[in-house]
Design a binder for this molecule. Structure first.
Ligand code: GLP
Length: 247
């Protein structure tokens, strides 16, 4: 596990962007795991900039972590819509190679199993980008989430509904369920990069990095992964008690 602490979001995003873009340059058929939320937005801007400067995304495949259940892909609240707007339309990726769980699948259980299979068929995820919820969730793996969980339908906690209500006109409008890759699905990625900004994530990060692995803090499962890198701003790192490398 490595922990890098940056003085600004832009600096952190530039560093993660360099990792992702150089991986794509060296591996034109890279498979990337992607996240939604405010956190990855500066990274997506870096990827768009790199693509405009010649990094070729046409052979890249992407898998998103999650999607709201019952929300159609063309709804402005869907994570598919978010990804189209903030990344896919900004790079030369083949739309057929971008996968987001289908929140309107007629048989969601089956769609979850098929999503797992698609990831396997693609050869697995090379780099998984993660944010973190204030309660330690990764994707929508809310506490408690079993470390052997796979892509499935999950219930959102009251805190997540409240946190994500800023994207809706009221908390009542936030869907109560989602489809999310499981903790084990995430741990299958060859490399994991978790990005976090802001004080609101600091306690969850302390538990994830310094606590004992505990399903009540799903991000703590990352301690069992051989190649996980945390990219934090100072506020997110502020509750860490041990000595960590500053970039
Ligand atoms: C949502 C997503 C998570 C994300 C989290 C944090 O709940 N399902 O994948 O990490 O939000 O969001 P933000 O980056 O906006 O703080």
């Amino acid at each position: 596990m490595t922990i890098k602490i940056f003085t600004s979001e832009q600096e952190a995003a530039r560093a993660v962007g360099e990792c992702v873009n150089s991986f794509v340059r060296a591996n034109p058929r890279a498979v990337l795991g992607l996240a939604t939320g405010s956190t990855p937005l500066p990274l997506y801007a870096e990827m768009a900039k790199a693509c405009a400067a010649g990094v070729d995304y046409s052979g890249v495949t992407t898998f998103n972590l999650d999607e709201y259940l019952g929300v159609p892909p063309d709804s402005e609240h869907s994570y598919r819509y978010f990804m189209e707007k903030n990344l896919f339309s900004q790079i030369n990726i083949n739309p057929a190679n971008t996968f987001v769980p289908d929140g309107t699948a007629t048989d969601p259980e089956r769609a979850c199993a098929e999503y797992e299979q698609r990831i396997r068929d693609a050869g697995g995820i090379d780099i998984q980008i993660l944010g973190i919820g204030g309660n330690g969730h990764i994707g929508f793996n809310e506490p408690p989430s079993a470390f052997d969980s796979r892509t499935r339908i999950v219930n959102l906690t009251a805190q997540t509904i409240q946190d994500n209500s800023r994207f809706f006109s009221s908390p009542e409008e936030v869907p109560r369920q989602a489809i999310s890759m499981g903790v084990a699905t995430i741990l299958d990625a060859k490399r994991i990069i978790l990005i976090s900004y802001g004080r609101a994530k600091a306690e969850a990060l302390r538990g994830a990095i310094e606590g004992s692995p505990d399903p009540m803090n799903p991000a703590s499962a990352l301690q069992g992964h051989p190649q996980v890198n945390f990219y934090l701003d100072e506020a997110s790192a502020s509750a860490l008690t041990k000595q960590h490398k500053t970039n």
